[in-house]
Design a protein around this ligand. Structure first.
Ligand code: 13P
Length: 287
């Protein structure tokens, strides 16, 4: 990764655990973190676990995220959770457009765009997920898919707001399959994503935006992924469900991310999740 961007390791817990179990896992991860860790860590439990995890992370620098968000502010939307409700539950971030939401819950780029806008309007920082299926990759459509997803998600969003987003490139064929993209495949996609961001928002923006890789990330592959110049962190599913495994991922990722961080730490300051200024983290290099 580029030492000018602050690494982020995020755990997406998907539809796992009771609130109690999630809080225990969050507490164990928090306890096991290297106190000198300079990069950001984020946990995304189910909606029902947010309050308990927030309490377990009291005083911690770990960020809290939802796995989804509604695009409306309030009203008759049974089953949906509004951005303001997520902020109230302690979230700083919201994962949006995960491939499971796209595929199983039929979310379109238009819906995802509405969610990104609603999150930003409320002050939540989107973690925007994009990625191609195996069929799309095998039929040489990867770039086209990524371009369409990015253009759709960012439609009508000004640069100052877009700078608050993190992008997660998650090739669908690598999610939960044990089949990680090679560092070269991931780097190739990340380069393309960064070029698309340059097309949408200019060179300085593209140089600053954080792009995570997701899909079967483990302690023994995260380091070589993070060694690639355009990979700024990881969005981790299965390996984030056990404290010892996720801590190994987090600390293994440090090895390549260690250099140059003192400079970033000075610029972005220590971040407490709930006293958090979006701009100070996501757009630190733009200011
Ligand atoms: P796995 O790490 O289990 O492949 O899941 C990746 C993912 O979907 C994270 O959002």
């Amino acid at each position: 990764m580029d030492p000018n961007r602050k690494p982020l390791i995020a755990g997406n817990w998907k539809m796992h655990m009771t609130a109690r179990e999630a809080a225990d896992l969050a507490a164990a991860i928090n306890k096991g973190l290297d106190p000198d860790l300079k990069h950001d860590v984020l946990l995304a439990p189910s909606f029902t676990g947010l309050h308990a995890v927030r309490a377990a992370l009291s005083g911690s620098k770990i960020f809290l995220s939802s796995q989804d968000v509604a695009w409306e502010e309030k009203g008759a939307f049974t089953g949906a959770v509004a951005p303001s409700q997520l902020l109230d539950a302690g979230c700083s971030h919201a994962i949006i457009g995960h491939s499971e939401r796209r595929k199983i819950f039929l979310e379109t780029d238009e819906v995802i765009n509405k969610k990104v806008k609603a999150a930003l309007k409320a002050g939540l920082l989107p973690v925007l997920c994009i990625g191609e299926t195996l069929e799309e990759r095998e039929s040489q459509k990867t770039y086209r898919v990524l371009e369409t997803q990015l253009t759709g998600a960012y439609a009508g969003i000004p640069a100052a707001d877009a700078a608050k987003c993190v992008i997660a490139y998650e090739p669908v064929w690598a999610i939960g399959t044990g089949k990680t993209a090679t560092p070269e495949q991931a780097q190739d996609a990340h380069t393309f994503v960064r070029k698309q961001m340059e097309r949408l928002y200019g060179r300085d923006f593209a140089a600053a935006v954080r792009i995570l890789y997701g899909g079967s990330v483990k302690a023994d592959n995260v380091d070589e992924l993070m060694a690639q110049p355009d990979i700024d962190g990881a969005l981790v599913g299965g390996e984030s469900l056990k404290a010892d495994k996720f801590l190994r991922v987090i600390h293994s990722a440090c090895q390549h991310a260690g250099h140059g961080l003192a400079r970033i730490a000075r610029r972005s300051s220590a971040l407490a999740p709930r006293a958090y200024d979006a701009r100070s983290s996501e757009a630190v290099l733009l200011s």
